[in-house]
Design a protein around this ligand. Structure first.
Ligand SMILES: NC(=O)c1ccc[n+]([C@@H]2O[C@H](COP(=O)([O-])OP(=O)(O)OC[C@H]3O[C@@H](n4cnc5c(N)ncnc54)[C@H](OP(=O)(O)O)[C@@H]3O)[C@@H](O)[C@H]2O)c1
Length: 424
């Protein structure tokens, strides 16, 4: 007789519907792979009356209480796809405390409470799985957790937020302003009605925190990520970046050095020679650099019902098989390297005053303040008059910021129009 394992789902929206459909249609294949057929037993949603894309068989209980799913004795694997910190966190804690396996796609919960939940799971012999919490369809969590255990990872660079990538790609290809690209992304289902978590960089910061935990064995609270969203990215700068053979990405970057760890999410110029240059539209990618494997690039669909459900169902199969994942232990808050130890290159666009040799004065000021200049271009515009674009070379972020403060005070400069990071 074939073994079965009961699955309960908290939420059946975009991702949950795709998971339920897969569990119901591919039960035989999933059972062969796990040795126990994952059988959907109980689902909780907010509104039980709402019409759904998936028709549940009568054997599946449908209710509006997520805790009833967690406590259902027929449920051994709890799949959390509700989103939000609460009641999701409490449900996960309760399930793990009851020794049930938990699969979640919730980046906010794992970024905020991941190491603590992993300890809770270990204490109760349960498995905590969260492949879908970062990168959805690309298997970055398993890669970081299991495939590079002999390596010391030195850095992660990721295009990990689909909404902003769709917007920035549209701006570059079609010359539309950010506000219009955002409306279009909402119309196409790539941005939520309230897009702030994506546009302000929070979503990318959560995912970076999760990946950095596995890569470096540290836990950085999401609010400690050096985070800037794409809200101030101007079409002009996307155009100038294009002329410099660069694309602009919301880049999530993490690195480890003797000084500590750096985690940043910043709009960044990426040169054509870089592997993340052409990660367009809804593609996501993570570039891992390590001391042993050298560099690994993983690329795939970063969101959407089916790619995200693919990651969740894969975790359900592992849970049904009885696997228990192991995560790095963390001891206390991570040591942050700070801006004095975070080397960046920059792109600065400024409006020049009508002063003799304004360009020379600006370049000299950068050099005097310890920031090398790699390139500079006149970029006159009908709207802003004389403008200068400067590409700065590697310098600590703090040194770069101080140089910008100096440049801004020069009589030769009417104002800094844009300052973006640049991968160098
Ligand atoms: N969508 C993606 O592309 C994607 C990608 C990666 C990760 N994720 C993550 O996956 C999770 C789910 O995302 P989603 O896009 O599927 O969200 P969604 O479409 O908004 O679905 C959320 C589901 O949870 C239910 N729900 C919410 N609060 C509830 C509560 N208190 N009690 C009972 N049910 C509740 C909702 O019920 P109703 O249907 O009745 O409203 C809905 O079925 C989130 O953590 C998200 O960050 C999503």
């Amino acid at each position: 007789m074939t073994a079965h394992i009961g699955v309960g789902m908290l939420g059946m929206g975009t991702v949950g519907s795709a998971i339920a459909a897969r569990l119901l249609s591919e039960w035989q294949l999933l059972g062969e792979r796990s040795g126990a057929v994952p059988v959907l037993r109980h689902v909780a949603v907010r509104d039980v009356q709402r019409q759904r894309d998936v028709t549940l068989p009568e054997t599946v209980r449908l209710g509006d209480d997520p805790f009833a799913v967690v406590d259902d004795p027929a449920v051994r694997v709890v799949v959390e796809v509700m989103g939000g910190l609460q009641p999701a966190t409490e449900c996960i804690e309760r399930a793990l405390s009851e020794g049930k396996h938990v699969v979640t796609a919730n980046k906010a919960v794992i970024a905020t409470h991941g190491p603590r939940l992993a300890r809770l799971a270990a204490a109760h012999g349960a498995g905590l799985w969260f492949e879908a919490s970062a990168g959805a369809g690309l298997p970055i969590i398993a890669l970081l957790r299991d495939s590079l255990l002999g390596d010391r990872i030195t850095s992660l660079d990721a295009v990990i937020n689909t909404t902003t990538n769709v917007i920035l790609t549209h701006m570059r290809r079609d010359g539309v302003r950010l506000a219009d690209a955002l409306v279009d992304a909402q119309r196409r289902g790539f941005a939520e009605a309230d897009p702030s978590s994506d546009v302000d960089g929070w979503d990318a910061a959560y995912k970076l925190v999760v990946m950095s935990w596995l890569a470096f064995g540290v836990h950085v609270p999401p609010e400690d990520v050096d985070r800037q969203g794409i809200g101030d990215v101007k079409l002009d700068d996307i155009g100038y970046a294009g002329r410099l053979d660069c694309s602009v990405r919301l880049l999530a970057h993490a690195a480890r050095s003797d000084a500590g760890v750096v985690l940043s999410v910043q709009p960044t110029l990426v040169a054509q020679s870089h592997p993340l240059y052409d990660i367009d539209d809804s593609d996501n990618a993570v570039l891992i650099r390590s001391d042993f494997a050298s560099s690994v690039l993983v690329r795939g669909r970063g969101g959407g019902g089916a790619p995200t459900a693919s990651a969740v169902v894969s975790d359900v199969v592992r849970a049904a098989r009885g696997d228990i994942p192991v995560y790095p232990a963390t001891d206390g808050p991570a040591r942050l390297a700070g801006e004095e130890n975070d080397e960046i290159c920059g792109y600065v666009r400024m409006m020049l005053a009508d002063v003799d040799d304004a360009r020379g004065l600006v370049l000299q000021a950068f050099e005097d303040r310890g920031v090398p200049v790699e390139d500079s271009r006149d970029a006159p515009s009908p709207q802003h008059g004389a403008q200068l674009v400067v590409l700065t070379g590697a310098a600590p972020r703090a040194v770069h910021s101080r140089a910008l403060e100096t440049v801004e005070t020069l009589a030769a400069v009417r104002g800094i129009a844009a300052s973006l990071d640049r991968v160098c």
